[in-house]
Ligand binder design. Structure first.
Ligand code: SF4
Length: 432
């Protein structure tokens, strides 16, 4: 049993990535082998996502593909899609076992009981009495950036979202344990920790510590790494958070904000907890404190009720803002959400056209941001090295995707670089 090899497949967000990675570590410690080769796999474990209909479809297709590639393997499916759609997975002949959110980190114990069973095993409990499962990604080749999950779950009621049903209520890593976890990640050689969560800004420990306390802890202590914040809800960004992210030597000046729409009518329908003015003020404040800060926005196109007028409002709103890039998502109806019952659904073709327009806007915003950096210096963490071309690829603290040409193979440390010129969506930089 202990000689068996597992192939892991991860679908979805950085929190999933961290959890898959942690599971890999636990199972390796238990004596399992890990393989990337389908032909060698005795077991395939698939961590799933259910954020959109497309994600659901991707999960089903990944399962079929995995079974075709490893017909001999036991296929276990876990994560968000497994939690919400276990009955669909029960119907799939390719699947041997289904594990819910609560059972995710019980897989190392459950596997040995399930692997030789001829019938399908379904272990999906309801989302009560949840606890926080610590996880960080630890399998990046370059050992440069790790995603550390410090928060899980969400209790907001955004009308388009099924994540609270899949992940359950908010819970967080105990505040007192943070230094130990930072040190553990650092001891593996990582130089950047991306603080991650489902609704990270809702971090709360012992009714006493909030996300701002985490930021204060890392800005006033040297853990030997730099920190990046994965994403923050707009209603949780205030002057103190802006100052902590923009003025600390240990925290990268990079904000990723789920705007979703620039129309107040749509934000209201989405039951988001802010209006466009709040975002406008925050973005301008960030740029006034640190003009080189990177600001990314998530946007959803084609939400029910988004006529040409509201889309235009969103487009113009974003166009006026000094933001650096957009992540654009096309709205898709999700079962058991309020938004799926709303009238004035937008034709799918229009949704796609709007997505394409915003992606174009994103490209030009990114170019503008990159241009504004030419001639400036920043701190570069190498992530990948192309030995043939002698090029190091990585990001600066303000998330400029850049590359450095040098004969030297740079050590795993942070270097000062000067931005030189734009090149295919990246920036050429030289060691300063
Ligand atoms: S904040 Fe809204 S969109 Fe984000 S996970 Fe919570 S309910 Fe979903």
């Amino acid at each position: 049993m202990n000689q068996k090899k597992i192939k892991f497949i991860n679908i979805g967000c950085k929190v999933n990535f961290a959890e898959t990675s942690r599971l890999k570590d636990i199972l390796s410690e238990r004596g399992f082998g890990v393989t990337d080769k389908s032909a060698d796999a005795d077991i395939v474990l698939i961590n799933t996502c259910t954020v959109t209909n497309q994600a659901d479809a991707d999960c089903r297709s990944a399962i079929r593909k995995a079974k075709r590639a490893s017909p001999q393997a036991f296929v276990g499916v876990f994560g968000c899609y497994a939690q919400l759609h276990s009955s669909e997975l029960e119907e799939m002949p390719e699947v041997n076992a289904v594990y819910g959110i609560k059972e995710k980190f019980m897989i190392p114990d459950l596997l040995s009981m399930h692997i030789d069973k001829s019938e399908k095993s379904i272990e999906v409990s309801d989302l009560t009495e949840l606890h926080f499962d610590f996880a960080y990604s630890s399998d990046s080749e370059a050992r440069s950036r790790a995603f550390l999950k410090i928060q899980d779950g969400c209790n907001y009621k955004c009308t388009y979202c099924t994540i609270p049903n899949a992940r359950g209520y908010p819970r967080s890593l105990e505040f007192e344990k943070l230094p130990e976890q930072f040190n553990e990640v650092r001891s593996k050689g990582y130089l950047e920790i991306v603080l991650s969560g489902i609704n990270l800004g809702e971090y709360k420990s012992n009714d006493k510590y909030r996300f701002k306390d985490v930021l204060k802890l890392i800005s006033s202590n040297d853990f030997g790494v730099r920190f990046r914040v994965s994403s923050l809800e707009p209603n949780l960004i205030d002057s103190e958070v802006i100052s902590l992210l923009c003025n600390s030597d240990n925290i990268c000046p990079h904000f990723h904000i789920p705007l979703q729409s620039g129309s107040d009518k749509i934000l209201k329908l989405m039951k988001r907890r802010y209006n466009s003015q709040r975002i406008f003020d925050s973005v301008l404040e960030i740029k006034s404190v640190n003009p080189d800060a990177c600001i990314g926005l998530d946007v959803i196109t084609g939400f029910p009720g988004e006529s040409a007028v509201e889309f235009d409002e969103t487009y113009k709103f974003i166009n006026t803002l000094p933001v650096s890039y957009l992540h654009v998502f096309t709205y898709s109806e999700r079962k058991n959400t309020l938004a799926a019952t709303f009238p004035n659904s937008v034709p799918k073709i229009t949704r796609k056209e709007r997505t394409a327009k915003l992606k174009e806007l994103s490209d030009s915003k990114l170019q503008e941001f990159h241009k504004s950096q030419i001639g400036k210096t920043n701190l570069f963490l190498p992530e990948k090295y192309d030995a043939d071309k002698k090029i190091h690829y990585g990001h600066t603290s303000n998330y400029v995707n850049c590359f450095v040409k040098t004969d030297k193979k740079l050590e795993n440390k942070i270097f000062a670089v000067k931005f030189q010129e734009l090149s295919n969506g990246k920036v050429l930089a030289a060691l300063a």
